[in-house]
Write a protein that binds this ligand. Sequence first.
Ligand SMILES: Nc1ncnc2c1ncn2[C@@H]1O[C@H](COP(=O)(O)OP(=O)(O)OP(=O)(O)O)[C@@H](O)[C@H]1O
Ligand SMILES: [Mg+2]
Length: 296
Amino acid sequence: MSTIIGIDLGTTNSVVSIIEGGRAVVITDAEGQRLTPSVVAFTNNDEPPIVGHSANRQRILNPRKTIYSVKRFMGRRGGEIKDEDMFVSYPVAGAGEEPLRIVIDDRQYLPEDISAFVLKKLKADAERYLGESVDRAVITVPAYFNDAQRNATKKAGEVAGLKVERIINEPTAASLAYGLDKKLDARIGVYDLGGGTFDISILDVKGGIFQVLSTCGNTRLGGDDIDRRLIDFLLKKIEEAGGGNLSGNLFALSRIREEAEKAKCSLSFQDEAEISIPFLAPSFSLRYRLTRKEFE
Ligand SMILES: Nc1ncnc2c1ncn2[C@@H]1O[C@H](COP(=O)(O)OP(=O)(O)OP(=O)(O)O)[C@@H](O)[C@H]1O
Ligand SMILES: [Mg+2]
């Protein structure tokens, strides 16, 4: 029987793993990286898009055709999404009852079609690692995902050429990874701060069976939102420093976003971060020293 791969299809990053010798092993890609940014970029309409790190790297130069955070649009209709969530650098269509679609030139993609490109890459990474073809997977979703969102995730797997054996709740998968199914019966809490979401789930484990008793959180609160707050803050500082209003300048915004995320991450282990963005506007370069106190 062929190997079943396990995929964590995240808003920001995705991971593929397999069970080897009874343990979960994360598969690295050709560059030796364990995390694959859930980013898909179209460079030329006739060619398949680029995915992961390479897509993320060219994001600044290609903001309207670089798709990130598409998980928040999975299985959703226009009317279900708040304006704030539409804050992405690529065009999204679909109002009211219409399913959301990503618009690339004259083509429209459903979120699951975009996710399928990420899944295809993870499938290929697993195949390279295993030296055999892979056509079965389990994929994780947030515990609060509704049927439409779960179905869209399953569809993404199918589009990528994977038979989706099971859709597993992320907190359950996390508990399994810690071997909590083999411990005594217990009630556990799983806390997850991701890119687009933040949640905590309470699970009951009995005889190796997990039951999500409750899950709560914020589907619109995650690292991306912290980035966004920091971007707004920097836009204000830029305007005050005479750099003009750059809030409509996608190219500048992409660069600010990248530096904002870097600064945020470094403030997790240092007290200060130096933000430096040369030639943000023709005659303006940003240099700002952000302290953890100010950030918080
Ligand atoms: N050292 C750090 N300090 C602060 N934030 C960090 C750090 N490292 C990563 N992050 C943030 O964590 C987020 C990504 O988390 P993760 O990869 O778990 O998300 P995800 O699983 O893709 O998202 P989700 O669970 O919402 O689907 C990003 O916003 C990233 O900036
Ligand atoms: Mg996650």
